[in-house]
Write a new protein. Structure first.
Length: 254
């Protein structure tokens, strides 16, 4: 049974990585999927791979840091599909792996602009649609890094931004509960994304040290993360809101 049949989902940053896998899984579960990102060719290829030639996957080029582009993105998505049932805020800027004293204000702002302001804009515009519908589910992608200080990395704007995503999730959950809109978040640990795989290939000793800190002794599979997103988008989670689920193989248990 396709558990998301009849639903429309907008997924940001879905050309690659976590967003792509969530979009693929949503499509497999019957959702009409809209993906967005900043690179047109990547989006075109992603939409083909997700749909395998069938209907149900649309794409729009958009930078979530640009207010007018976000407004247009949501309007175009609703115009094309008729409604918006699910928003997955996945688009994010990677960490600036520098000591705080060497981090420029521009580098700091660039991470926060995407990871906080961009998420806010997407929530705001999707929220307007969902309020009119009196229903909707928003799933934000936070990070375990919003709750801990990671060893072997310099910390700063990335950790601060992901902590803010978790609080934004709580705040919007309260604001929009009267409209039957739930707002939750996923906080991933170390997953098999291309940036992580590339980093671990360059730093095999750190890779092993990180694995030693994960009780399950492995990095996460993106399919596992996407499956959690599917569950959170179904009626099984209608009574859950303002919650951030950490899925990290136990890394944050220590």
């Amino acid at each position: 049974m396709a558990v998301l049949s009849g639903k429309t989902a907008l997924i940001t940053g879905a050309g690659t990585g976590i967003g792509f896998e969530i979009a693929k899984k949503f499509h497999e579960q019957g959702a009409k999927v809209v993906i967005c990102g900043r690179r047109e060719e990547v989006l075109k290829e992603a939409s083909k791979q997700i749909s395998s030639g069938s209907d149900g996957v649309l794409w729009f080029k958009a930078d979530i840091c640009d207010e007018e582009q976000v407004i247009k993105l949501v309007k175009d998505s609703v115009k094309a599909t008729g409604r918006l049932d699910i928003l997955v805020n996945n688009a994010a800027h990677m960490r600036v792996d520098k000591p705080p004293e060497d981090t420029s204000l521009g580098e700091w702002k660039k991470v926060l602009d995407t990871n906080i302001n961009g998420v806010f804009l997407c929530c705001r515009e999707a929220g307007k649609v969902m309020i009119q519908q009196s229903s909707g589910k928003i799933i934000n992608i936070a990070s375990m890094s919003g709750f801990i200080v990671n060893k072997y990395f310099h910390v700063g704007s990335y950790e601060v931004s992901k902590a803010a995503v978790a609080m934004l999730t709580k705040a919007f959950a309260v604001e929009w509960a009267p409209y039957n809109i739930t707002v939750n978040a996923i906080a991933p640990g170390f997953y098999e994304t291309e940036p992580n795989k590339n980093f671990f290939a360059r730093e095999p000793e750190i890779h092993q040290k990180i694995l030693d800190m994960i009780p399950l002794s492995r990095t996460g599979n993106l399919n596992e993360l996407a499956s959690l997103a599917v569950m959170m988008a179904t009626d099984a989670c209608n009574y859950m809101t303002g919650t951030t689920i950490t899925i990290d193989g136990g890394y944050t248990l220590w």
